[in-house]
Ligand binder design. Structure first.
Ligand SMILES: Cc1cc2nc3c(=O)[nH]c(=O)nc-3n(C[C@H](O)[C@H](O)[C@H](O)COP(=O)(O)O)c2cc1C
Length: 190
């Protein structure tokens, strides 16, 4: 089962999360995660132009979106990618019924990161995708997975350019959960 992890990262913390999400996917035997990093060269005159990223997503059963929180939302580069899906992909609902999930990271204790995650959720909804959040109760234990208590997806907090262990564990869990969901969906005959 192919799972696309499409993300943007400047200083590497979202990339660390993406790697952990991919490792979580790989913990389910049949899952084949593919990391798709949005690069500056993909964007020409403000428009995302890398059609191979869209084609890989076309052929994936699930998509996990990741962006750093920049000024309370996704990065401009991630938004350029999202805007590139507004043509046939949106009109024809080419990604409908794919399972989707998302993750973000900020420096703030809150940092308005939930708004970024909600944008990823809306993007998935616009494409008719089925959103998988986290079934991890965030009970406020700073050392436990989902320590920040987001269930719409993963919110991580970067400290000195690094992701701390509980957030990496949550990222692993999110990838594993999405891979499990794809398996369940397949077995249901979809
Ligand atoms: C332009 C800019 C805007 C940012 N805005 C926010 C923000 O609104 N909330 C927050 O918590 N962190 C914010 N940050 C911090 C980044 O989200 C944080 O450094 C993150 O780890 C960067 O991800 P990356 O390492 O994948 O590039 C901002 C950083 C930059 C450069």
């Amino acid at each position: 089962m192919k799972i696309a992890i499409v993300y943007h990262s400047v200083t590497g913390t979202t990339a660390q999360l993406a790697e952990a999400v991919a490792a979580g996917c790989r913990s389910i035997a049949t899952a084949q995660p593919q990391l798709l990093r949005i690069e500056g060269v993909d964007i020409q005159q403000g428009r995302f132009k890398n059609s191979s990223v869209l084609e890989i997503i076309d052929h994936s059963e699930a998509v996990i979106f990741g962006s750093p929180t920049f000024m309370g939302s996704v990065s401009a580069q991630f938004k350029a990618f999202a805007d590139a899906t507004a043509g046939d992909h949106w009109v024809e609902q080419l990604w409908a019924d794919k399972i989707a999930a998302g993750f973000t990271v900020g420096n703030g204790y809150c940092g308005d990161t939930l708004h970024c995650l909600h944008y990823l959720q809306i993007l998935a909804a616009q494409h008719g995708m089925l959103w998988a959040g986290l079934d991890l109760a965030g009970a406020g234990d700073a050392k436990a997975p989902n320590r920040l208590g987001a269930q719409a997806g993963l919110i991580a907090r970067a400290v000195d350019g690094a992701i701390e262990a509980p957030d990496l564990e949550t990222a692993f869990y999110l990838g594993q959960r999405v891979a499990r969901m794809v398996g369940l969906f397949r077995r249901s005959g979809h």
